[in-house]
Design a binder for this molecule. Structure first.
Ligand code: CP
Length: 310
């Protein structure tokens, strides 16, 4: 059980709830290692995946999580819906709920859209990424991956490198990691890091080599051209030179550093292939933990009763 009805973001989300989601996700990771990767936990529960924006990982991951929990799932894609015929957001939402569903997983380009949806429907809502605002399930799977690698998140030195300003992954990771007691440093082009970001309890260092030296783990972000409007970096080559996670840069560090990336990756820009494919990278572990984390979130919001899975 969680203390919130919905999962809309990690801002002001309790530490106990984050830890409960991560601990339960480790239980579901064991299910994913079984020959039959399925439990009956959400039998009879119906979840609609409402995606108004492209997705590979999040969408597949949620759908797999729902199937592994034996929930009934329906996929909605804005490009093939009656939205194309002029139907509004409220009517679409209310029509979907009239079909007796229990939860909606929503990705939308507009910040706050999942919260807006909660005003029209009674079903539980999970934010699968809303514009540049939040991507809470990505941050949960990132934190689960850190806990798996290091044992605990508290006091870890975690750097987030790249286009912070346009990144919902960065924002949710900042809220979550600070709540869990990690030390967070942001690095990237100064025009892509908001001035007020230090109010969230993080530090900023524009020197990537110092940041690599300091960090236990680096979460590497791509340049989000779709949200930038105009080009805010001079060139991809210049970006790689100044902020790219290259083999040479990582190789200078004595202690091994853990490399993370939420995907999609732009190889040769924010991260070199040799780093992304190295043993230091846990990028594919993050993807697997994403299924377990989403199983945990769905289960705790929709199926868990006091005393279950304890
Ligand atoms: N990490 C992530 O959100 O990827 P997708 O956009 O492919 O879902």
């Amino acid at each position: 059980m969680l203390s919130h009805k919905h999962l809309l973001g990690l801002e002001n989300f309790p530490r106990e709830d984050i830890q409960n989601i991560i601990d339960t996700a480790f239980n579901f990771r064991e299910v994913l290692d079984r020959p039959i990767k399925k439990v009956p936990s959400l039998q009879g529960v119906t979840v609609v995946n409402l995606f108004f924006e492209n997705s590979t990982r999040t969408r597949i991951s949620f759908e797999l999580a729902q199937k592994r929990l034996s929930a009934d799932t329906v996929n909605f894609s804005a490009s093939t819906s009656s939205l194309k015929k002029g139907e509004g957001f409220k009517d679409t939402a209310q029509n979907i709920e009239a079909m007796k569903i229990d939860a909606v997983v929503m990705r939308h380009p507009t910040p706050g859209a999942p919260k807006h949806l909660t005003e029209f429907i009674d079903a539980k809502v999970i934010n699968a990424g809303d514009g540049a605002h939040e991507h809470p399930t990505q941050a949960i799977l990132d934190m689960m991956s850190l806990q798996e690698k290091f044992g605990e998140i508290k006091n870890l030195n975690v750097a987030i490198v790249g286009d912070i300003d346009h990144s919902r992954v960065a924002r949710s990771n900042i809220y979550g990691l600070v709540t869990m007691g990690a030390n967070v440093t942001l690095c990237g082009p100064p025009n892509l890091i908001p001035d007020t970001i230090t109010d969230l309890g993080v530090t900023v260092n524009y020197n990537i080599d110092e940041v690599v030296e300091w960090a236990d783990a680096i979460n590497v972000l791509r340049i989000q051209r779709e949200r930038m409007g105009i080009g805010l970096i001079p060139s991809e080559r210049e970006y790689r030179k100044l902020f790219g996670i290259t083999e040479e840069r990582i190789g200078r560090k004595e202690k091994e550093i853990v490399i993370m990336h939420p995907g999609p990756i732009n190889r040769g820009v924010e991260i070199d292939s040799r780093v992304a494919d190295s043993d230091q990278a846990i990028i594919l572990d993050q993807v697997l933990n994403g299924v377990a984390s989403r199983m945990s979130i769905l289960y705790l919001l929709l199926g868990a009763k006091d005393g279950d899975m304890k």
